[in-house]
Design a protein around this ligand. Sequence first.
Ligand SMILES: Cc1ncc(COP(=O)(O)O)c(C=O)c1O
Length: 383
Amino acid sequence: MSNFDQAVERRNTDSIKWNHYEADVLPMWIADMDFQSPQPIIDALQARVSEGHYGYGHDNQELIELICERMQRLYQWTVHPDEVISLPGLVSGFNVACRAIGEQGDAVLVQTPVYPPFLSAPTNQQRRLNIAELVLQTSNGFLDYSIDFDDFKKKIQDKTHLFILCHPHNPIGRGFSESELTQMADICLQNNTVICSDEIHCDLILEGEHQPFASLSPEIAQQTISLFAPSKTYNIAGLGYSFAIIQNPQLKRLYKQAMSGIVSYANTLSVIASLAAYKYCDDWLQDLIIYLRENRDFAVNYIQQKLPQIKTTNPTATYLLWLDCRELALDHPHHFFLNQAKLALSDGKTFGQTGEGFMRLNFGCSRQVLTESLDRMYQAVQN
Ligand SMILES: Cc1ncc(COP(=O)(O)O)c(C=O)c1O
């Protein structure tokens, strides 16, 4: 059993999470966990580093086959090795999708609030950003969001050839249900809109199961670019490996063409780490999920009992809590918690206009750090 309680000192490393703010600030922002990566990954990296040569690699067939086997085992989804494209990062992956699909001036649809790079990817590639806002609601006392399908359809019909889906969704902390996925898929199929499904958080499922968007039906798979990565799950994001699965040959050709000359090979060490992650780290992941579940329950109970002015999600996926701080009537919640609580949370307004007044808290840390962060919030609000 891994010891997730053990604090890992990251302040004097190159960690952006721990070094972006002053030393007295507790960082609960960027989606990067504080836990040490599983031992098989460390061992595999050490063995590879000791080889002493780091020239260009080529696609690692063992990893690609492991990915296909994993999709079959976890989701009963048959993927062939030639449908997998290695990438150096998932944000690059959806930027490439924006570049590959449609033409200058066409729209790309995203659902807000959402992981901020979704908002810049379309304009990075001379596309127009089209937004379908998720609808805020309360369910059993917790924040949740639903999809306004009429609005979704209207936005898709507005010259939108690409829709970037976040599933499970960051920051709302859940995967979409089969019914939600099917309704979105039907609208996209009817309008010939390609779906780029970012499933980077698919292993971090706290309740229920993940269903890949493309695995819904062969028709949907033909119109989907799916993006995955082991980076969030095993805390190897700094190494940068992710992959696309594209089952439609024409779409795959367009995608590869858009990558050409711009997107480099996946880093050799990232491939070694990913291979070890998918091969040897299932038990570690199971233990991680148990720990994250307990962290979630602890944080959610704490907020409900001691900070009732803040409304929270009760995430069933990811290690992210989305907090509605509007009742506190603060001019700038991010500055308030940074200055008064010495706590760095992610500023909700960077997730789109509807995130104004919200904050995101990362609970992928030891219980001790989580408790300290909530105590700091409580003290600042009391004062
Ligand atoms: C939904 C989502 N996609 C992509 C990323 C980042 O991917 P990468 O670091 O591989 O570019 C994140 C990181 O927080 C994320 O939450």
